[in-house]
Design a binder for this molecule. Structure first.
Ligand code: ADP
Length: 323
C-alpha cells in the first residue's frame, strides 16, 4: 500500500482536525502518500480527493470542525453507493482509508470492510456513544462548553431566583448531560437511560426552593423522554408551585463548534497516529479508541454489534450531590 485516504464523517467534533493532521504526518513518516476526502462518504462517491502534505495540515489543530468537511450520505447506506466509492478509490490508487467519526460512520466503515477494502476507524463523536472507546474525540471539549454555559446561567438564575431547563446534545446517549449535570452542580438531570416523570422533576425544583437555593438548574439530554421544551410546556401552568420563575435554554450546536482543548487534541493525535500504524501493519477492519487509558483497537464487527452502557451510579451521584 503506497497511498491512503482520510475522511471525516457524520457529526463534526472538536479534535477532528488534530486527527487529520496526525494521519497525514504519521503517514508521511511511514512513507505513505495521504489523500484527503472532502465531505465524508458523499465525497468518496463523488471522487472529491485532495492530496495532503505536511504543510497542508499546519495550523489546523487548534480549530474546531473539520477542514475536510463532513456530511451525511444516504447513498452510502446502499451497496450500489459503496460500489461507486470503491471504484473511485481504485481509480485514484488509494489502498486504504482512515475513517474519523462516530457510530454511523463506523457502521459505514464496517460495511466497506465487509467488501474487503482495508479501513481503520478513529473514534470521534461528542455523544460518547461508541462501543470500543471509553471516551471519544470531542466529548471533553463539548462538555467544557456546556459547563461554561451552565456556570453562566447559574449566575443570572441566582440573581433572579430562577430555574433553568438547559438542554444539551448527545442524541440518544445521556453521557454529556449527566457529566455536565454533575460537574455543573445541577439540581436535576434528565437522561434517556433513566426516564424521569415530569412530576418528579417539579418536586426536585420545589425541594431546591425550599432548601433556600437561589436557583435551580435542570440539565436535560436532547434524547430524554421529555425534551426541555416539552418540560417547559408541562410546567407552564404550574410555575407557582415550582417556587421559581422558569426559563429554557437549548445549547444545541454551540456545543460542537469550540476549539478543541488539550485532552481532545492529545486523544486525536494518539488515536489517529495509531490508526495509521495499524493500517501500515495490515491490521485493518478495526476501530482505534481509548480503553482504560490505553490506545486499543477493537474489530469493527464488535463495534457495530456492541452497546456502551452508561454507568448509572453516576446518576445517583448527581442526585446525592444536588442537596
Ligand atoms: P455519526 O458518525 O456522527 O454517528 P451518522 O450516524 O450521521 O453520523 O452517520 C454518518 C454517515 O455514515 C451516514 O450519513 C451514512 O453515510 C454512513 N452510515 C451510517 N450507517 C451506515 C450503515 N449501516 N451502512 C453504511 N453506511 C452507514
Amino acid at each position: 500500500m503506497r497511498r491512503i485516504g482520510v475522511l471525516t464523517s457524520g457529526g463534526d467534533a472538536p479534535g477532528m482536525n488534530a486527527a487529520i493532521r496526525a494521519v497525514v504526518r504519521t503517514g508521511l513518516d511511514k512513507g505513505l502518500e495521504v489523500v484527503g476526502v472532502r465531505h465524508g462518504y458523499q465525497g468518496l462517491i463523488d471522487g472529491e480527493f485532495t492530496p495532503l502534505g505536511a504543510r497542508d495540515v499546519g495550523g489546523i489543530m487548534q480549530q474546531g470542525g473539520t477542514i475536510l468537511g463532513s456530511a451525511r450520505c444516504p447513498e452510502f447506506m446502499t451497496e450500489a453507493g459503496r460500489h461507486r466509492a470503491l471504484e473511485q478509490l481504485a481509480a485514484h490508487n488509494i489502498g486504504g482509508l482512515v475513517i474519523i467519526g462516530g457510530n454511523g460512520s463506523q457502521s459505514g466503515a464496517h460495511a466497506l470492510s465487509q467488501m474487503n477494502f482495508p479501513v481503520v476507524g478513529v473514534a470521534s463523536t461528542i455523544d460518547n456513544d461508541l462501543y470500543g472507546s471509553d471516551i471519544t474525540i470531542g466529548v471533553d471539549t463539548a462538555l467544557n462548553i456546556a459547563l461554561e454555559a451552565i456556570d453562566r446561567l447559574k449566575v443570572t438564575a441566582s440573581s433572579h431566583q430562577r430555574a433553568f431547563l438547559v438542554e444539551v446534545m448527545g442524541r440518544n446517549c445521556g453521557y454529556l448531560a449527566l457529566m455536565a449535570g454533575i460537574a455543573g452542580g445541577a439540581e436535576a438531570v434528565l437522561i434517556p437511560e433513566a426516564p424521569t416523570d415530569p412530576e418528579a422533576v417539579a418536586a426536585e425544583i420545589r425541594t431546591a426552593y425550599e432548601r433556600g437555593k437561589a436557583h435551580a438548574i435542570v440539565v436535560v439530554a436532547e434524547g430524554a423522554e421529555y425534551d426541555a421544551e416539552e418540560l417547559a410546556r408541562y410546567f407552564k401552568a404550574h410555575h407557582q408551585r415550582l417556587g421559581y420563575d422558569l426559563r429554557t435554554t437549548i445549547l444545541g450546536h454551540v456545543q460542537r463548534g469550540g476549539a478543541p482543548g488539550a485532552f481532545d487534541r492529545l486523544l486525536a493525535s494518539r488515536l489517529a497516529a495509531a490508526a495509521v500504524e495499524q493500517m501500515a501493519a495490515g491490521n485493518t477492519g478495526v476501530l482505534l479508541g481509548q480503553r482504560q487509558g490505553e490506545v486499543r483497537s477493537t474489530p469493527l464487527t464488535e463495534v457495530v454489534a456492541g452497546r456502551k452502557p452508561l454507568d448509572l451510579r453516576l446518576f445517583e451521584l448527581a442526585r446525592v450531590l444536588a442537596r
